[in-house]
Design a protein around this ligand. Structure first.
Ligand SMILES: C[S@@+](CC[C@H](N)C(=O)[O-])C[C@H]1O[C@@H](n2cnc3c(N)ncnc32)[C@H](O)[C@@H]1O
Length: 140
């Protein structure tokens, strides 16, 4: 296992067939150095898969937009499509065994004020519907 920054991977050029990143690039603009590095380490014909939030829909997406009003989901989508990435929209859920676990994760994922509002508004919830984008691109 290697531990490194996305902008400086300890891997040779054109050494990988597949790259997968999960919840690492959800703000789009500003991620260019990491994506350049990703392209450097992929072999010609290699494919990259990136999973991130789709805040345009779902209950959690609404919470995310409230918590991060400066993130423009449409600008993020343009960021990917302009660079030749394709998208598969996926609907998922978080479901927890108990309320304490649900509350703990809501408090990790959202700014404090938003998390507390959401928990008051959903007093019995132990799960939530969640939308994600699977972005993928095969590099030439
Ligand atoms: C939302 S977490 C997702 C973690 C994990 N990929 C997952 O799906 O559970 C984002 C992670 O990206 C890491 N991160 C942020 N900027 C980074 C960078 N420039 N290079 C490498 N990792 C970075 C953070 O430390 C954090 O662990």
């Amino acid at each position: 296992m290697h531990q490194a920054s996305a902008e400086d991977l300890p891997l040779a050029e054109a050494s990988l067939d597949v790259v997968h990143a999960r919840w690492a690039y959800f703000f789009g603009p500003g991620c260019e150095p990491g994506l350049d590095e990703l392209e450097r380490v992929l072999r010609p014909g290699g494919t990259s898969f990136i999973i991130d939030n789709d805040p345009t829909t779902s209950t959690f997406g609404g919470w995310f937009r409230r918590g991060f009003p400066d993130v423009d989901p449409v600008a993020v989508e343009h960021f990917w499509t302009e660079r030749g990435w394709s998208r598969e929209r996926l609907g998922i859920r978080w479901d927890f065994e108990n309320r304490d676990d649900f509350e703990a994760v809501v408090r990790i994922e959202l700014p404090t004020a938003t998390a507390e509002e959401v928990l008051v508004e959903h007093p019995d919830a132990t799960g939530v519907d969640y939308a994600i984008n699977l972005w993928w691109r095969t590099f030439g």
